[in-house]
Structure formats: C-alpha cells, structure tokens
Design a protein around this ligand. Structure first.
Ligand code: UDP
Length: 414
C-alpha cells in the first residue's frame, strides 16, 4: 500500500551550537520564547524531502524546534509523475508562465488532494503547509467540520506576477487558512482575506552545506570532478529549471570566455522528486553547452551532495544565481555566507539578500551579467570586500535562529 504521508526522519541538532554565530543573547531570547510553546505539536507538510529550498529549510528547522521543546514533525505527501507535472505547471503559472491551467488539471489536482484529506490524521496544534501541492487538503477537510489546529500556508514562490487563473485557483484555498507566510513584502499579495506574515528563509551555518571546509578538502572535491583550481570558476547551484536561467548563464559565460579563455563554468543541480521538469531541462542545458569541456554539469546523480556544494561554493571565483523569478534563492545566502561575490538576477527574494554594488551585483540581462563577471574577475579585491559584507548581512538576517523566532512569534499570535 502507498503511504500517502511519509514521516521524514531528521537528524538531531542543538540550538546551543548557534550561539557562536548569532550570539548568546539571541539564543536565550529564542529559548524563552519557545518555552511558551512547550509541548505544542507542529506539523510541516511538503511535497519532497530532497532537492530544492523547502527540503533544505526543514532539515534544519524541524530538529531545532524539537531541541527547543516543541514537538515538531515533517511529513511529505505522496504524488505520482502526473500529479507533480501538474503541480510544477501550477508553480510555473504562479511564477508568471502564460500556460493554460485546464479543468482536467484541476481534476487531477483535486483528486489527489481529496486523497490526502481522507488519509490525514490530525492531532497537531499548528500545521504549516508548504507551497501549492497540498494547499487544497485543508479546505477539503473543513467540508466535514474543523479538523483542529491552526493552519498556516507558506509560499516559497515568487508570485509577483502570477497568471490570473492560477492565482485565483489557489487563492480560494489559501483564504481558508488562519494565516499565510510570504518571503518578501515586495510581492506578497494584496487580495487575501487572511493575515499575512513576511518571513524570509534562512541558511544553517552548522549544516554540512555551510560549515567551514579547509582548502585541501575544497581542492580535493574540485579535482575529483575534473575542475581546474588554477583557472577561474563561475558557479551556479540550482535545479535545472527555466526560471533559474541556465541558458542565460551559458550565454554570459560565452561572452566572458572570449576575453578570459581560461574561465570555467560549473552547474550543480539536484533532481528534486517533485520536479519532473528537471531532467528535461538538464538535457536542454547540456545541448546548449555543446560538449564544451570547460562547462561542467554536475548533479546528485554523480554523487555530489552537501559537502560537494559547500566546496564548490567556497572555491568559486564568482557565484551566479541568474534567476528570472526566485522566491528567495537560498543559494545566494549560502554563497554570501562563504564570503563569495555573487551576481544574481534582480528578481523576487534576491534583492532582500543583495544590496546592489555593496555585497554583490543585481543584474537584469545576460550582457549585464557578463560585464559584472568581467569586472569582478579583473578586480578580485572588490569581490573580496563584497563577500565580507555579504557574510555579515547573512549573519544579521538569514541564519536559522531568526526563522525560528519568526515561526514561534507567528504561532503565538494565532
Ligand atoms: N542544492 C543542493 N544540491 C544541488 C542543487 C541545489 O544541495 O545540486 C540546494 C541548494 O544548495 C539550496 C537548495 O538546494 O540549499 C535550493 O534552494 P533555492 O532556494 O536556491 O531554490 P529552489 O530550488 O527552492 O527554487
């Protein structure tokens, strides 16, 4: 029998390990705040335990909430390729893709959400539903009476310019919730009837992705994947997805390559379970790379994991995140935390992290991206200073303890 809800095991973490990054006072404040929720039961519901930002966040926030005395669980909803192809389309339409959102898709979507509702067993005080895949389950449950608990929908998508039909479709479901969380006030919707909370994601300084790594380990990883540490490295870490614009990254690299022939470009991507588009777009990107030996396409299928990503983010001369739409872009904070200069699309949640010209560059086109790459390759000291400021910005705003405070304050307010 298929498990409709899969309980995701998470490692253990201790909040005390974070005081060296955010200060003892902040941890004391967090402990005091969370004591007001002691014993509360919290459920996070998402659609994949691997690949992409939501999974990354939950692997840190869930064990830390437990360490703070809040009984927190993470469950992932089951879905087949047809369902996830449709929910990826819904995701794309919410990010502005002008594709039809058809009644047959609605039917498949709702059928699966009814299945979730039938199998769901509550008993939680707070339920956080992440992204649109299972958003309709709670309103469906409500048809048979209130299932109990406070329900919050968290949106990780850049919904600055959604396709109207898609937004109207999910909006009706979202309005049934007790509150909704958006990453940036710049694109939080103005037409919801429920309270909205603004909460940017955060990165975990203690995780294998972000903790310190020595130069030897970094060099070893690069050599292992055939990347030359003696030549400049440009890096983009992200799912193969049109919104991440890997094709635009290759165009920018080619402009740079004419002036700096030694430059190398590395893509690192994980194939997320709920993103069936990934493999197709990987092939599209590989075709565009045309076998150029200085373009490296690495994925989790070649065994590149958190430490590998960490090593490449530390080794890169410049980290790119040339997104065309981006809910937040954890990869930006991850690179800033490692003191790297970052050039990223001026979209969605990225400007929350990058103050243009201060701790990185925001770009609006391939040409601008290539110009900034050339400028930073020519002036590494500018990049170094930007990286220093970037790390401080992340320390102040985008480390996990801040997100825990936001969650607990929101729960208490409900
Ligand atoms: N990531 C990874 N391996 C990869 C590609 C991505 O671990 O091969 C991680 C990346 O480091 C980041 C997350 O997946 O933590 C992606 O989050 P982001 O917010 O940048 O994008 P999303 O995939 O959620 O759109």
């Amino acid at each position: 029998m298929i498990n409709i809800f899969e309980l995701i095991p998470v490692g253990q973490k201790s909040i005390s390990d974070y005081s060296e990054f955010v200060g003892e006072e902040e941890i004391t404040r967090l402990k005091a705040l969370s004591s007001r929720l002691a014993g509360a039961r919290v459920l996070n519901l998402s659609s994949t335990a691997f690949g992409g930002g939501v999974a990354e966040l939950l692997h840190s926030t869930v064990p830390l909430m437990r360490d703070l005395g809040i009984d927190t669980e993470w469950q992932v909803v089951e879905g087949d390729e047809e369902f996830f192809t449709i929910t990826k389309l819904l995701h794309n339409c919410l990010q502005g893709l002008n594709a039809p959102w058809e009644p047959e898709m609605v039917e498949v979507y709702l059928k699966k959400n009814h299945q979730y509702a039938r199998s769901f067993s509550n008993g939680f005080d707070y339920i956080v539903v992440h992204d649109p895949q299972p958003v309709a389950m709670y309103p469906i449950l409500l048809e048979d009476g209130h299932p109990g608990g406070k329900w919050v929908w968290r949106c990780h998508i850049d919904i600055s310019e959604p396709k109207t039909e898609a937004w109207e479709f999910v909006k009706d479901y979202i309005n049934a919730y007790d509150a909704a969380i958006f990453t940036s006030s710049a694109y939080a919707p103005t037409d919801l009837k429920i309270p909205e909370s603004i909460m940017a994601p955060t990165i975990d300084p203690v995780s294998p992705k972000n903790s310190e790594l020595g130069t030897e380990a970094v060099d070893f990883v690069l050599a292992n994947y055939g990347v030359d540490t003696g030549r400049p490295v440009l890096l983009q870490v992200s799912r193969f997805d049109p919104w991440k614009d890997p094709l635009g990254v290759i165009d920018a690299y080619r402009i740079v390559k004419e002036k700096v022939p030694g430059v190398q470009l590395v893509f690192i991507a994980s194939m997320a379970h709920d993103d069936p588009e990934g493999m197709h777009y990987y092939k599209v990107t590989a075709e565009k790379a045309e076998g150029d030996p200085d373009i490296h396409l690495l994925t989790n299928l070649e065994g590149i994991g958190n430490t590998g990503v960490n090593a490449f983010q530390r080794a890169a001369d410049i980290v790119l995140q040339k997104s065309l739409k981006e809910g937040f872009g954890l990869t930006v904070s991850e690179a800033l935390w490692k003191g790297r200069p970052v050039i990223a699309g001026n979209v969605g949640g990225i400007p929350l992290q990058i103050d243009n010209g201060e701790n990185g560059y925001l770009v609006n086109s391939v040409e601008e991206c290539a110009d900034r790459i050339l400028q930073l390759l020519d002036n590494p000291e500018i990049g170094k200073e930007m990286g220093r400021r970037g790390r401080e910005k992340v320390r102040n705003k985008f480390l996990t303890p801040r997100e825990l405070v936001d969650y607990i304050e929101l729960f208490l307010s409900l």
